[in-house]
Every structure is written in structure tokens, then in C-alpha cells.
Design a protein. Structure first.
Length: 260
């Protein structure tokens, strides 16, 4: 196991945390003023930090032990070994392997916004599904959800997580361009899109978002750093959307839009 050590905390390195997962990190840990990113092997990283080789022992177990349940809107996100007495809707996830444990602000805001927007029977697309957490949350609210991710490695985990939560979301490898090749209702159109990606990708995909949504569809976009919020807004307005609401948590924004 290889660890990449960067000076800072989850908060100060927020922007880089998603990038590390996208570059193949299997887990992240805060340790005495550093963030440790665990990789199966060394990768090219344009970040200031240093590599260290660790014995393949129990790093994942140690990281998991420190995880706490996370509340988001009507949900609580739990690891299989957590117990919980509250009335929240429980999303149980096996943490550590794919982005989406509920510990990132963007995931939490997305769960809160899904609770505001999803109505039973809606068809929901979770673009960039990672652990499947948002598709699972949408299904618990009564939607029929499809999860898409360009990283094939996360799909079996999302499927296992959906099974463990007793929901029947379907998960597929690919981006929006792969939708026409999917079977049946997974092709869309959708009533609601939720996408926890990053601002530049939302700019690129804004026109596509219009195409995959049905009349009056809703788009929930997050993974947007505060300083890039206006750029996403401009692109979405140009693509035919109206801004419904905006949330902020730390350096991160979530924007909800309605198709005009
Ligand atoms: C920040 S994670 C979000 C995970 C989860 N949805 C959440 O909210 O916690 C982003 C995910 O998007 C995937 N991804 C990146 N670019 C994509 C694209 N163009 N289309 C689909 N998925 C993409 C990544 O592989 C990663 O799993």
C-alpha cells in the first residue's frame, strides 16, 4: 500500500480531496496536520506531497474505525457496524472504496436537496454515482434511480450498497453519452438529475443536461467551488434552466435548477 502525504486538513484541501479519489485513492485520513491518501500503487500526482510505502496491514480498518454516522436532511449514513436509534432514513454503506460516504459537504447537501425535490415515482439519474449513495437516497424517497459512473471499479460497490439497503437502483459504467445504449427506462428521459461532479464538467455538460431531462425536469448540481458558482449559473441559464435555489457549505455550493 502506498500513501501520499500532503500538508493540510480535509477543509484546507477540500478541492484536492475529490481529485485524489478521481486519481484512484482508496481512502483518505487526517493525521497530525496532514492528509494521507492511500493508493494501491503510486500514480502521477501534480500535488505538493510525498510518497511513502506502508506494509499492507490494516490501514483501511483503522480508517473505518474512526468514521462516525453522518446526518443529512431526513437521512443518516451509517457503516455496517454503527448502531442508530433515531427515526432517520438509514443509508448503510461499506465505506472506503468509492467516493460517497456522506462525509463530504457536497454529498450531504445533495442528500438534503434530494429530500426537497424528489417525489415518489420520479425517474432520477445520479451522474457520477461513486458509492451509489445519492441513487440509494433517491430510491428511499420513492424514486426509480439510475446511477452512472465513468469509473468501472465503483459499480459493483454501488450495486452491493443498493442491495444492502433493499433498493433496486440500477448502475451502469459510462457518462451521459452512454445513455442511449442502456436498456429500457435507464435511457431516460429523467425527471431529476443529481450530479456531484465539478464546475468545469458541469459547464461542459450543461447542454446535455437539457437533453436528458423531460419537460420541467430538475437538475441538482454540486461539487462546485464557491468561486466557480457564477460560471455554472451562466452556462445553465444559457442551456435553458432557471435557478431554483442555492446552498453553501464551507467552500462548496449546490445549485438546483428547473428546465424552462
Ligand atoms: C465526487 S464523486 C461523487 C460520488 C457520489 N455521487 C457523492 O455524491 O458522494 C464523483 C464521481 O463521478 C465520477 N465521474 C467523473 N467524471 C464523470 C463523468 N463525466 N460521467 C460520469 N461519472 C463521472 C467519478 O468516477 C466519481 O465516482
Amino acid at each position: 500500500m502506498q500513501v501520499f502525504r500532503i500538508k493540510g486538513s480535509f477543509t484546507s484541501l477540500d478541492e484536492k480531496v475529490s481529485a485524489l479519489f478521481e486519481l484512484g485513492a482508496r481512502g483518505l485520513e487526517e493525521k497530525s496536520a496532514e492528509v494521507w491518501a492511500y493508493f494501491p500503487e503510486r500514480v502521477e500526482l501534480a500535488l505538493p506531497g510525498e510518497w511513502q510505502e506502508l506494509p499492507d496491514t490494516d490501514w483501511l480498518e483503522a480508517w473505518k474505525r474512526d468514521l462516525q454516522p453522518v446526518k443529512a436532511g431526513p437521512f443518516v449514513v451509517l457503516a455496517p457496524w454503527h448502531s442508530w436509534d433515531g427515526d432517520e432514513l438509514r443509508i448503510q454503506l461499506e465505506p472506503g472504496m468509492a467516493f460517497g460516504t456522506g462525509h463530504h459537504q457536497t454529498t450531504r447537501m445533495a442528500l438534503e436537496e434530494l429530500a426537497q425535490q424528489v417525489k415518489p415515482g420520479m425517474r432520477v439519474l445520479d451522474l457520477g454515482t461513486g458509492s451509489g449513495i445519492l441513487a440509494i437516497g433517491a430510491e428511499m424517497l420513492g424514486a426509480e434511480a439510475v446511477g452512472l459512473d465513468t469509473d468501472a471499479a465503483v459499480i459493483p460497490q454501488a450495486e452491493d450498497n443498493a442491495r444492502a439497503n433493499g433498493v433496486s437502483a440500477s448502475f451502469w459504467v459510462g457518462g451521459l453519452d452512454s445513455l442511449p445504449g442502456l436498456s429500457g427506462t435507464a435511457q431516460g428521459p429523467f425527471d431529476l438529475l443529481v450530479a456531484n461532479l465539478y464546475a468545469e464538467l458541469h459547464l461542459e455538460l450543461a447542454q446535455e443536461y437539457t437533453r436528458i431531462l423531460g419537460t420541467c425536469g430538475t437538475a441538482i448540481l454540486t461539487g462546485i467551488l464557491v468561486e466557480r458558482g457564477d460560471l455554472v449559473k451562466e452556462a445553465m441559464l444559457l442551456a435553458g434552466f432557471t435557478l431554483l435555489s442555492e446552498r453553501q457549505d464551507g467552500d462548496w455550493l449546490l445549485q438546483a435548477y428547473s428546465k424552462r
